[in-house]
Design a protein. Structure first.
Length: 201
C-alpha cells in the first residue's frame, strides 16, 4: 500500500515566514511539539520543534530554526517504510513529499493504524485462525489450495517465525462456518491452533 493513499491534508504546517507566535499556536492547535515547514510554493523546508522556539522572541520568523530532517516519505513509498521511520524517530507526523520535495500531505501513526486495519481485514466480518507450519517453501500453498477447494476466500495472511524453525500463520477468511474450516483441515491432518469470529465494523 502506497503512502499517498493514506496521506492527509490536515496536519501542523507553517510557512517559513511564520512567526514564533504563529508556529506555537499551530502546535497547540494540533497538540504536538513540531510543525512541518514549507516555503511560499509549498516545497519542504524542514521541521521546527517547540524546544527550539522556547527562548525566542514571539515576533521573530522561524525560518532559521527549520531543519531538513531525514524522516520524511515520498508519496509512492510503501506504508511499511513509514512505520520504520515512526519506530526510529518517534515523531507524531511524517511529511509526505512528491519527487520534487513539494509537500503533498502528511501521515500520522493513526493513519498507519488505519492502513493496518485494512491490511488485516479487521473491518470486515469473517474468521481469523492460525496454524503452525514448517518454515519451508510450499507449506503455505497447501493452505491456500485447501481453502480454494472449500470455496473460501482469503482476506488477509500474516506470518510470524516460531523458535523451533516453524511459522505460525494467521489467516482471515470470509466464512463464518467454523465446522467447514475444521472439516477441511482434518482432511490434511493439520490442527487449527486458534480460531475467532470477527464481526467487522
Amino acid at each position: 500500500m502506497k503512502i499517498k493513499r493514506w496521506s492527509v491534508q490536515d496536519f501542523p504546517v507553517v510557512k517559513d515566514s511564520a512567526t514564533v507566535k504563529e508556529t506555537l499556536h499551530k502546535m497547540r492547535q494540533y497538540q504536538t511539539n513540531e510543525c512541518i515547514v514549507i516555503d511560499d510554493e509549498g516545497y519542504f523546508k524542514g521541521v521546527v520543534n517547540k524546544e527550539d522556539l522556547i527562548d525566542m522572541d514571539l515576533s521573530l520568523s522561524i525560518s532559521e530554526k527549520a531543519s531538513l530532517p531525514d524522516f520524511f516519505v515520498h508519496e509512492d513509498d510503501n506504508i511499511t517504510h513509514a512505520l520504520l521511520l515512526f519506530l526510529e524517530h518517534q515523531e507524531p507526523y511524517l511529511p509526505v513529499v512528491d519527487e520534487n520535495l513539494k509537500v503533498v500531505g502528511a501521515v500520522s501513526l493513526h493513519d498507519f493504524l488505519e492502513a493496518l486495519i485494512e491490511a488485516l481485514a479487521i473491518d470486515v466480518p469473517g474468521i481469523r485462525f492460525s496454524v503452525i507450519l514448517e518454515d519451508k517453501p510450499g507449506e503455505l500453498k497447501k493452505i491456500v489450495d485447501l481453502l480454494s477447494r472449500g470455496n473460501i476466500n482469503i482476506l488477509s495472511i500474516l506470518t510470524a517465525r516460531e523458535v523451533d524453525g516453524r511459522r505460525e500463520v494467521f489467516i482471515k477468511v470470509d466464512t463464518e462456518n467454523e465446522k467447514l474450516l475444521a472439516d477441511l483441515f482434518d482432511t490434511i491432518g493439520l490442527k487449527i491452533e486458534n480460531l475467532e469470529k470477527e464481526e467487522g465494523f
